[in-house]
Design a protein around this ligand. Structure first.
Ligand code: COI
Length: 368
């Protein structure tokens, strides 16, 4: 089916779903991505077309152990959030940007495109059905995890003819709340040069784990990746993009094939421009950045991402023990932009950019 086909997914497991929703108890402590919401969505592709999907209780999958997603990492995913802070109606933030990025990731891994109407119905439906588990405190939300996996069970290398698209959700607090210590990763690279680093696929995250373990052993929170060709320029932080304030100007690494184009990154740049900050996408040489921190020209560094929101960086460290400290209490730009972002996402100020999408009528009143 083409990208413009209309999908209207059904609730064939209505009584099981109602039972799962009724049995769900929200824990006091949420953390990030640990608690799974009771309703999920799945749709299947075979014979060259998508079939309409189903909303069903969250449950284990049954797929062939030979599925190509499991062996050749033919999969891609997204992350975005449903908000319901205070008495605001349920809303999503820039969800069509996530749909577009999933389409780019899918194209890169020879997976079929998920039609926009199927995607939007799935993310709105999962948000509406799980509305009672959307946290109400500022900074918390229902984290949505749409993903697409190759389910064809055979070992031949080649695009899978069978694929599943699913959306699961997790009521969550921010990922890495508070300030972060980052270790400059000078030994390994996150991705090869080329386009793979600019799409959201599981392999990019798996390849970050070894460095993350070394990083944790050395007392740091995250690895700061450098460009894979020269290992000279700042890239990103696995799951977060990087910003530095230098001489009052907001700098962020320019996108190439090895940086994920974060939707929060784009949003932060626009909010900063709205505030009158000078904003520049540029190649950011790590050694120069460290000199700017030492001389005080760089007043703050911070990370941003859907899950992390905006998180100040307190230390950039080297594996040899050398540390470059920043004062997170003086992360004024990060604090202002975090507030501006949350104010729009959580409905406290007018959405002048048209980024917020409310539940369509089909879903209004369901799950409330
Ligand atoms: C997100 O911010 O949505 C991500 O996918 C990052 C992940 C490491 C939690």
């Amino acid at each position: 089916m083409s990208g413009s086909a209309e999908f209207s997914s059904s609730l064939p497991f209505e009584s099981e779903l109602a039972a799962a929703l009724a049995a769900y108890v929200q824990p006091e402590e949420l953390g990030f991505g640990r608690v799974m919401a009771p309703a999920m969505f799945s749709a299947h592709y075979s014979g060259g077309e998508w079939k309409a999907g189903n909303f069903e209780p969250f449950r284990p999958l049954e797929i062939s152990p030979a599925a190509k997603a499991l062996h050749y990492a033919q999969q891609a995913f997204e992350g975005h959030k449903a908000y319901r802070v205070d008495k605001q109606p349920v809303s999503l933030f820039r969800p069509r940007e996530n749909w577009k990025r999933l389409a780019r990731s899918a194209r890169h891994l020879c997976l079929p495109q998920v039609p926009e109407s199927l995607y939007m119905d799935a993310v709105f439906g999962v948000s509406a059905l799980n509305a009672n588990c959307i946290p109400r405190d500022s900074g918390e939300s229902l984290y949505l995890r749409p993903f697409i996996i190759a389910t064809e069970g055979e070992f031949g290398m080649g695009a899978s003819s069978e694929v599943a698209f699913m959306v699961i959700a997790s009521p969550s607090a921010a990922y890495h709340p508070g300030s972060m210590k980052v270790l400059i990763e000078r030994q390994e690279t996150r991705v090869a040069s080329g386009a793979i680093g600019s799409v959201k696929v599981g392999g990019n995250y798996a390849s970050a784990l070894h460095s993350a373990a070394r990083c944790a052993d050395a007392g740091f929170d995250l690895s700061l990746w450098l460009d894979p060709v020269h290992q000279r320029f700042v890239d990103e932080l696995s799951g977060m993009n990087f910003f530095a304030v230098v001489d009052g100007e907001l700098l962020t690494p320019s996108l190439g094939g090895s940086i994920l184009p974060g939707i929060t990154r784009d949003t932060i740049m626009r909010l900063a421009m709205d505030r009158g900050y000078r904003v520049r996408e540029t190649q950011l040489p790590i050694d120069e950045l460290l000199r700017w921190i030492s001389s005080g020209r760089c007043s703050e560094c911070f990370a941003c991402g859907t899950a992390a929101i905006v998180a100040p960086i307190s230390v950039l460290g080297e594996a040899n023990g050398q540390q470059y400290e920043l004062n997170p209490d003086r992360s004024e730009v990060a604090a202002v932009l975090r507030k501006d972002l949350l104010d729009i996402q959580e409905g406290r100020v007018p959405d002048r950019h048209g980024w917020v999408e409310r539940l369509p009528d089909r879903w209004a009143g369901i799950g409330h």
